[in-house]
Design a protein around this ligand. Structure first.
Ligand SMILES: Nc1ncnc2c1ncn2[C@@H]1O[C@H](COP(=O)(O)OP(=O)(O)OP(=O)(O)O)[C@@H](O)[C@H]1O
Length: 252
């Protein structure tokens, strides 16, 4: 079964392709990390695949109606600020909107999904707090919980752990890994290469809009590819949990 199929996806910003003929297929059980330097095209690839940017090529998600797409994939954009003075629980419940008739109240199924999302993100005690009165990292966790409440086969997230403390970063990636183990799939951009190596089942390395490598973390996180794509001198250390990348310097 395929949860996302993208073929020859090209996204242009002006004349220039910032995603250049990218193809990828994601199935249940995969936690896929999208890595690459700043400006490589990670956000553009994710947004293009969702049909949120004009694109050439095909994407199975972009081809769906907005309602069908919302039932297939939850989307966590890079921007994390919560503007609405609502309780944490109500913000998370927004993840259920695709399933609710206009004006309808949450069903027991909806409430179960909201409760499960709050629990997964360790937010049980934040339920009644005003979301706008939380710290940046806490708000980020609330918005991740909102995508979890959407309860979709596929979760797509753009730098979900940016701004989270180390424990919250690990806890969040563990949630993503568990979702994959439960038979869903995750596609997430990440800048922490060691966490990407430890928690993702597969990494896609993007450089200047093109997919340079796509495979098992240890096959993608090589000193040669890190040098070529990130201009990074780095040591890759194998551990039982997966590869750890120790950056040593910048190549000129
Ligand atoms: N609104 C825009 N107009 C023109 N060019 C843009 C626009 N947004 C992004 N770009 C360009 O598109 C390219 C890819 O940007 P994108 O945001 O997809 O990269 P990214 O890999 O997500 O980067 P980062 O790691 O910094 O978030 C960059 O060269 C960027 O300058």
């Amino acid at each position: 079964m395929t949860l996302l199929s993208v073929q020859n996806l090209t996204v242009r910003r002006g004349e220039c392709p910032v995603v250049d003929a990218a193809s990828l297929v994601i199935g249940p059980g995969e936690c896929v990390g999208l890595i690459g330097p700043n400006g490589a095209g990670k956000t553009s690839l994710l947004r293009g695949a969702l049909g949120l940017l004009t694109y050439e090529g095909t994407s199975s998600l972009a081809a769906l109606s907005p309602k069908q797409r919302a039932a297939q994939a939850a989307w966590l954009p890079q921007t994390r600020e919560i503007a609405w003075p609502m309780s944490v629980e109500r913000i998370v419940a927004l993840g259920r909107l695709p399933y609710l008739a206009r004006g309808a109240r949450l069903s027991p199924t909806d409430q179960t999904a909201v409760d499960a999302a709050l629990t997964r993100m360790g937010l049980q005690n934040y339920r009644t707090r005003l979301a706008t009165a939380l710290s940046g990292g806490e708000q980020a966790r609330v918005l991740i919980a909102r995508t979890l409440a959407q309860d979709t086969p596929l979760l797509m997230a753009d730098e979900p752990i940016a701004g989270l403390d180390p424990a919250a970063q690990i806890a969040t990636l563990q949630v993503f890994k568990t979702l994959a183990q439960e038979g869903r799939a995750v596609l997430t951009s990440l800048h922490d290469l060691s966490l990407a190596g430890r928690y993702c089942t597969r990494l896609i390395l993007l450089g200047a809009g093109r997919i340079i490598a796509d495979g098992a973390p240890r096959d993608v996180l090589t000193p040669a590819l890190l040098a070529e794509v990130f201009r990074l001198e780095a040591e890759v250390i194998d551990t039982p949990q997966g590869p750890i990348v120790q950056p040593l310097g910048v190549l000129t």
